[in-house]
Design a binder for this molecule. Structure first.
Ligand SMILES: C[S@@+](CC[C@H](N)C(=O)[O-])C[C@H]1O[C@@H](n2cnc3c(N)ncnc32)[C@H](O)[C@@H]1O
Length: 266
């Protein structure tokens, strides 16, 4: 997974994100994020860096018609798709560090798979705390560090063998906030009290190992490093070392460990 998320993306990319990546990977986490936020009927909920709104959709089911769900994202293309697929949810374009809401507006402020893309995660968490009610909950979900990822770790090792050791950084944007102690320090430095933490092993599903490898490698500059024959060799080796993650019908089931932290303004 690469880090183009911090830039404006074409509408087509946001449509692919919704059609392919949300069901493959992000939908698996959304109910757990909502659960961690103790979201109940009638509440007001903010989905921060909402993308196409998978967490907002899950929250909207919980709050029901008497509640309010708002999604915020920097990317207008993500929001265009979100507005289509999330009826009843409001969307606003904004940066996480300048949320367009008064203090203490929301019962729950939820942020899934995005903290690692923010230039200043502490400032982002502080702003999430500002818009949360004094007895409200902020939930931050991030993938754990690369060391804790059984399949991605192997893929990154193979990529480094073929494309050089700096391929590790190119393939590692998603894992950079994944050390739990550092994450808790960031959240406390933002003026939040940590209520609870949970570490969960989720699953991303791809059509095959080859599809998983091509999506991961081709969405990063690693692909440009390689000739076609070097890329073929990388794919062959990745297929070998990742075979254990294939099911009998050829589907790849890739484990992804992540941390969920619930916190409250102090
Ligand atoms: C990997 S996506 C996750 C989206 C969504 N939370 C989900 O689980 O599907 C990361 C999102 O963070 C958004 N993002 C990145 N930087 C941001 C910022 N500074 N302020 C608001 N959104 C931001 C991106 O536009 C992108 O939609």
């Amino acid at each position: 997974m690469s880090a183009p998320e911090t830039f404006q993306i074409p509408l087509e990319t946001a449509e692919i994100y919704e059609a392919k990546f949300v069901p493959a990977l992000f939908a698996d986490w959304a109910p757990h994020v909502v659960e961690m936020g103790d979201v109940t009927a009638g509440q007001s909920v903010l989905d921060v860096a909402c993308g196409t709104g998978i967490v907002a959709r899950s929250a909207a089911e919980r709050v029901g018609p008497g509640g309010r769900v708002v999604g915020v994202d920097l990317n207008s293309a993500m929001l265009t798709v979100a507005e289509r697929v999330c009826p009843g949810v409001e969307f606003r374009q904004a940066d996480v560090t300048t949320l367009p809401f008064d203090d203490s507006t929301f019962d729950a402020v939820l942020c899934q798979m995005a903290l690692m893309f923010f230039p200043d995660p502490t400032a982002a968490a502080r702003e999430m705390g500002r818009v949360a009610a004094p007895d409200g909950t902020v939930v931050i979900m991030v993938p754990s560090s690369l060391d804790a990822q059984p399949a991605y770790r192997l893929l990154v090792d193979v990529a480094a063998t073929h494309a050089g050791s700096d391929a590790v950084a190119m393939l590692s944007a998603y894992w950079t906030c994944g050390d739990l102690d550092e994450l808790l320090t960031t959240i406390r430095d933002a003026g939040l009290d940590v209520l609870s933490t949970r570490t969960r092993m989720g699953t991303a599903t791809f059509g095959s190992i080859d599809e998983f490898v091509s999506i991961e490698v081709e969405s990063t500059p690693v692909r440009e490093r390689l000739t076609d024959s070097e890329y073929d060799a990388l794919r062959r080796q990745a297929n070998d070392v990742l075979e254990a993650f294939t099911t009998s019908d050829g589907t790849a089931r890739i484990p992804i460990e992540g941390h969920l932290v619930a916190a409250r303004p102090s």
